[in-house]
Design a binder for this molecule. Sequence first.
Ligand SMILES: [Zn+2]
Length: 246
Amino acid sequence: MRRVRRLDLDGEVQADLNSRQATADLQQKDGTLDVEAEWKHARQTTSLVSVLGTLRRMMGDRQRCMYCLDSHGTDIEHFWPKKPYPERLFVWPNLLLCCTECGRFKGHDFPLSNGQPLLLDPTAENPWQHLDFDPPTGNIVAKFDSDRNDYSEKGSKTVKILHLDRREAMAAGYQKTFRRLVRMVEEALRQPSPSADSLITHFREADDHGLLGWCFLGSGQNEFPFRELRTKHPVVWDACLRALEL
Ligand SMILES: [Zn+2]
C-alpha cells in the first residue's frame, strides 16, 4: 500500500455526483432507494466513466489497485460499503480504485471501532503507520505499536480483511520490488557521494508497491541498506524524503 493523493474531479462531474447523492438521500428517506440499481444505472454514465478515469490517474501509469498495489485496478470501490451506507453512495472521498480480488476479499466486511473504520483508507492516511513489510516472506503484516504494546488494530484488521499476509503472487511482487530498491541503494552506497537526483528518479520508476513509504518512514529505515543511507548520507536521505512525498 501507499499513501494516495486524491485528485479533484472535474467540476461538472462533481456537480453530477452531488445531485445523484441528493436524489439517493431523498429516496432513502421515503424508502424507495434501490442501491444496486441506482449504482448500476449511474455506472453507465459519462460522469462515472470520468470518476474511474480520475481514480486511475491517481494511480499513475500502471493503474494498480489502491489496496494491494499488485493487481490492475478495474472497479470503483465504495470504501464505506454502499448498501449499509447509502449516504456515501456518490461521495467522492468514499470512492477508491480496486482489483477484483481485493473487492471479493473485502465483500461487506467493514468493521468499525467507535464509529471509525478499522480498514485502512490509503487516500486518507499513511498505511505504513499501521502496516509492516516482512522482507523474507514478502507479506504485509500488522505493525507493532509500542505505545499500546500490541499490534495495530487497524493494521491487523486490514491484513485480515484483504488477506495481505497470504497472497503468494502478491508477496512475490512485493519481494521483487523490494530487491530492486535494495539494489539501487547498495549501488548508491558504493559511490563516494551518491546522487540524490539519480536515486529519486530510479526509486520512482521501481516502486510499484509503495514500499518506499516503509523504507523511509516505516521500519525499513532501521534495516540494511536504508539505515546506512540514512546515517551515512543524511543530506541524500532528506532530499529523497522531500522529493518522494511519501
Ligand atoms: Zn487489490
